[in-house]
Ligand binder design. Structure first.
Ligand SMILES: Cc1ncc(COP(=O)(O)O)c(C=O)c1O
Length: 425
């Protein structure tokens, strides 16, 4: 069935919102997407029918246990993990990274080296910088070219050596929108024996995630960026998760998948994550290639759904970039040529010469259009782009439920902003 964006919008109660008599345009998706109906329903179901702690003999506890197992299985299929045991959940990508970095850090010695990148969100930078400070590690940087918005692979060669123990890298940037070639980076890192820790927060809403293809050791992403609740998931290869010291209380299980669970899990969030993944499956069944085949696996339906979204995303990105490219004084801070769209997600940041990004975002808000401005926690990339002390960027982030008409409305609004503020340009 052809992609039906209106039907898809019907799956998101939050999209019904209007500001000043016009439907709100949600282009704040890279900071948090609207929640899929299936995710909301799963959360309500968990809180109303299976509300008990785990491990009891009574029905509600048994049902809560089944719900947790289902969430692990769905998340494993979402990232193509070898086993649901390789998944665990936590409050946020940042919290999971602080947690995992402590465990990984116990195996590192003074003088060992880690590689961080100038393109990453701070959630994949500060936990490692703090670890480096605590354990006397040397930090090396993988740089990106601020004119091409892609990693400088010569800088990777320079950063890696026989002392490198880990590289922490993002799959897609929340600032430039670049979709990075993690498989190549992982191959180079593996050649020197380093672990590869991938932040997939911005790629998970836009491309199928496959940890086997990426060749990484750990991957983290946040469900609220892919239509689930405000919670996050981590994947790690079994051998690492079994070997690493888990920060846990003695009474808690030492077996996977529970080793890295701290205290009582947010069961309703886990149910919501399962529901968000069911939304991907639904997209695959309805609009994906092969997704409606009754013999398809959940993983195949998820991938079919993500690919259907990807085609729509790319169309939106092209329309947005083509429109922005005609604006005098506007610099698109990411890959812009049509032939390069396969190497980006639809998140588009820009700066407009002489204008404060916050003023543009504030104006958009008055027109019912949600966009973000500032560094968006991309402290490294925004610094590298030379914009940290200039108010950062304006970030426009369409996703699979947005429409071409919304892109046009945003571009018209930007033209109005420019007309009203022409004297300050
Ligand atoms: C690329 C990227 N990594 C990490 C994060 C942090 O995610 P969380 O809020 O779940 O800690 C974000 C949030 O915007 C992000 O965009």
């Amino acid at each position: 069935m052809p992609y039906d964006v209106e039907r898809i919008r019907g799956e998101f109660p939050g999209l019904a919102r209007a500001e000043s008599g016009r439907p709100t345009v949600f282009f704040d998706n890279p900071a948090g997407t609207q929640i899929a109906r299936r995710a909301i329903e799963r959360m309500v179901e968990a809180m109303t029918t299976a509300n008990a702690n785990l491990g009891g003999f009574f029905d509600t506890s048994v049902e809560a246990g089944a719900l947790v197992r289902e969430a692990h299985a769905a998340a494993a299929d979402f990232v193509n993990a070898a086993s649901p045991d390789e998944i665990f959940f936590g409050q946020s990508m940042t919290a999971l990274t602080f947690q995992l970095s402590r465990s990984i850090g116990r195996e590192l010695r003074p003088g060992d080296e880690i590689v961080l990148t100038r393109m990453d969100h701070d959630g994949n930078v500060t936990p490692w910088l703090m670890l480096a400070e605590e354990r006397g590690l040397t930090v090396r940087w993988l740089d990106f070219d601020p004119a091409r918005f892609e990693y400088d692979m010569a800088s990777l060669e320079r950063a890696l050596n026989s002392r490198t123990r880990l590289i922490a890298v993002n799959h897609a940037s929340n600032v430039t929108g670049t979709l990075n070639d993690i498989a190549s980076i992982a191959r180079a890192a593996k050649a020197v024996g380093a672990l590869v820790y991938v932040d997939a927060v911005q790629s998970a809403p836009h491309v199928p995630i496959d940890v086997q293809v990426l060749g990484c050791d750990f991957l983290v992403c946040s469900a609220y960026k892919f239509h689930g609740p405000h919670y996050a998931l981590a994947w790690g290869r079994r051998a690492h998760l079994e070997r690493l010291t888990a920060y846990k209380v003695r009474a808690a299980s030492n077996q996977l998948p529970f080793r890295f669970v701290n205290g009582t899990t947010n069961r309703e969030a886990l149910a919501g994550i399962r529901g968000a993944i069911e939304h991907f499956e639904w997209l695959g069944r309805e609009f994906g290639a092969g997704g409606s085949d009754p013999s398809s696996t959940r993983r195949q339906r998820i991938v079919a759904g993500a690919l259907a979204m990807r085609a729509h995303d790319r169309m939106l990105a092209k329309r947005l970039i083509d429109g922005l490219a005609t604006v005098p004084g506007l610099r698109i801070l990411g890959l812009s040529r049509t032939e390069d769209l396969a190497r980006r997600v639809p998140t588009v940041s820009f700066d407009l010469a002489g204008h404060d990004p916050a003023a543009i975002a504030r104006f958009m808000a008055t027109e019912g259009i949600n966009v973000w401005s500032g560094h968006n926690y991309g402290v490294e990339p925004v610094t590298r782009l030379g914009l940290l002390d200039k108010g950062g960027v304006v970030r426009v982030g369409p996703t699979h439920y947005n429409t071409p008409a919304e892109i046009d409305r945003f571009l018209e609004s930007l033209a109005r902003y420019r007309a009203r503020n022409a004297l300050t340009a």
